[in-house]
Write a protein that binds this ligand. Structure first.
Ligand code: NAG
Ligand code: NAG
Ligand code: NAG
Length: 398
């Protein structure tokens, strides 16, 4: 069956090459880096069909969703050791000198279907870019391409690109950032050598921000390593009390990435999936009436892949130490999120129930962004939603 439910993902990397639009609020101080991240953990050997063609991809979806399909527990064949260094492409930005919260670093993990550009739209950045909004609010922010997406490494889609490997990568990135060595241990892909505010950046607090599958990764971090985060904003994510009618692997319209678009995805191997059409992207991420046509085109332009084992492992990155997380936690979801709440998040959750899952959270909140689908940063009125998260953080002194 497919407890392959919470499968949404989006992401983002924004290489703004100089000439930012005149309406851009910030004069950016950012550096593009390639971070070598050493991971030592175990992944899960999953029982599932291989996907080497579009026909295989559709049959994999069928396999995951029929009534007779094995459940996640039945599909686990054992553990495989993973001891490897991955190159992760990221962008670190610091706000203007003297900004109020520059010592608080946000580390944002995008979801499925995108890369780090999810956080940093190049169209009307002042209305959509989360990176821009965070900088304006005085935060520093690190965004990166999750393993298997964008400009990061794209290893085996079965045995490597899985949730708990992603959790370990986020943990290593967090520790590198806290040590002040994020930039110095990385390959610099853009010029910043003279800006010590970037090269020697050392935060005093780290707040994690996730979207969808990236929220599952971030929740994986705080439930395995509860002291490694000073706060979590989990967007496109909610502990609901409704059946997840929409959040099904079948809604993605998957094809094999390299067959769907051989030019764009020539570096993706077996088991790398992508939504086949722009309309599939709309169904998962956008609600008619709350997006600009240009943004649907942009979302399609920046589309990215997910792997079969990321879907298999959606909930297997979670740890058992959620109760030990002692920091603020906010969940943010679009009112009309199709995948998470079956299109209607109003009344789909109970804050008291969520509090029982994170009894140690110093503050716990759910923000429902009106009229919006799963793709929060791609929807109109996005910045008002960001403000709700910033206000939440400020309440806890972050
Ligand atoms: C998975 O299936 C097995 C056997 O059919 C059953 O014992 C188990 O409870 C199921 N697990 C879940 C999480 O549904
Ligand atoms: C960095 O600056 C140097 C000198 O200004 C220039 O030659 C080089 O091409 C720049 N590199 C990048 C990656 O922009
Ligand atoms: C925009 O978002 C803010 C914050 O969630 C909300 O208060 C406001 O009503 C929204 N505006 C519209 C037109 O939906």
């Amino acid at each position: 069956m497919a407890s392959i439910l919470i499968a949404f993902v989006i992401a983002a990397l924004a290489v703004k090459k100089g000439g930012a639009s005149p309406t851009t609020v910030n004069h950016r101080s950012c550096v593009q880096i390639e971070v070598p991240v050493s991971v030592e953990t175990t992944a899960i050997k999953w029982l599932q069909p291989r996907v080497d063609s579009n026909i295989d991809a559709v049959d994999w979806v069928r396999y995951q969703t029929t009534r007779a399909s094995p459940n996640n527990t039945e599909s686990m064949m054992g553990r495989i050791p993973v001891k490897e260094t991955f190159n992760i492409n990221g962008q670190l930005c610091v706000p203007p000198k003297g900004a109020a919260r520059s010592e608080t670093l946000q580390i944002a993990t995008h979801g499925g279907g995108f890369d780090k550009r999810y956080w940093d739209a190049e169209i009307k950045p002042e209305e959509y870019s989360y990176v821009e909004a965070a900088l304006s609010e005085g935060y520093s922010i690190f965004t990166y391409d999750r393993l298997g997406t964008g400009k990061s490494d794209k290893p085996d889609g079965y045995d490597i690109v899985q949730l708990n490997v992603q959790v370990e990568i986020l943990r290593q990135l967090t520790q590198l950032a806290r040590s002040g060595k994020l930039v110095s241990t990385s390959k610099k892909l853009s010029n910043c050598t003279t800006n010590t505010r970037l090269t020697k950046y050392k935060p005093s607090k780290v707040v994690h921000v996730g979207h969808s599958l990236g929220s599952l990764v971030s929740v994986g971090l705080i439930t395995n390593y509860p002291t490694e985060s000073d706060g979590l904003i989990a967007t496109g994510f909610l502990i609901t009390n409704v059946p997840l009618s929409g959040l099904n692997v079948a809604t993605w319209g998957f094809e094999l990435a390299r067959e769907n678009d051989p030019a764009l995805f020539r570096d993706r191997g077996s088991g790398y999936l992508v939504s086949a059409t722009k309309s599939d992207v709309q169904l998962n991420f956008l609600r008619k009436g709350s997006f600009e046509l240009a943004m649907l085109d942009y979302a399609w332009q920046i589309r990215q892949t997910v792997t079969v084992s990321e879907f298999q492992s959606l909930t297997t990155g979670f740890g058992e130490k959620g109760a030990e997380f002692r920091a603020p936690l906010q969940m943010v979801v679009g009112e009309n999120d199709y995948g998470v709440c079956g299109g209607d998040c109003v009344g789909a959750y109970d804050l008291d129930v969520i509090k029982q899952v994170y009894p140690g959270a110093t503050d716990l909140d759910v923000h429902v962004q009106p009229g919006t689908g799963h793709g929060l940063t791609l929807s109109i009125n996005a910045t008002a939603g960001y403000k709700a998260s910033f206000d939440f953080l400020h309440r806890s002194g972050l």
